[in-house]
Design a protein around this ligand. Structure first.
Ligand code: 5GP
Ligand code: ZN
Length: 113
């Protein structure tokens, strides 16, 4: 398990130092319920290695990015009808508030446009 930034909220969640509602875990990713859900199902899929954002993840480990997408599909299959919206806020002005890459998986209802 990689926890490479001691000041990072999601590194602390992955390490179990801050409690979270786990949805899925394997060697590469940890997925948990968003504390402030924007849809009936709102799960964050987080690589265990600390990358700041999705662009850095794509550059340094594209296979891990593909894995994140596959886990999003698995969660949508298990918790909803297999459809989902995947959001990577990238940069503060785009709404990113935690600078450890995470995919927002939104599903479980008909989502607004
Ligand atoms: P961002 O704004 O960086 O795209 O997304 C960060 C997300 O993390 C937000 O949707 C926010 O609700 C969620 N979040 C922030 N702190 C916590 C926490 O302590 N626990 C959980 N489960 N989610 C959190
Ligand atoms: Zn981190």
């Amino acid at each position: 398990m990689s926890t490479n930034d001691p000041d990072c909220l999601f590194c602390k969640i992955i390490a179990g130092d801050i409690p979270s509602s786990k949805v899925y875990e394997d060697e590469q990713v940890y997925a948990f319920k968003d504390i402030n859900p924007k849809a009936k199902v709102h799960v964050l899929v987080v690589p265990k290695v600390h990358y700041a954002n999705v662009a850095e993840l794509a550059e340094k480990d594209p296979a891990l990015l593909a894995h994140v997408v596959q886990i999003a599909q698995k969660i949508a299959d298990e918790q909803a009808d297999g459809t989902f919206r995947l959001i990577f806020n990238t940069g503060r002005n785009a709404g990113q508030s935690v600078f450890h890459v995470h995919a927002h998986v939104l599903t479980g209802e008909v989502l607004p446009e």
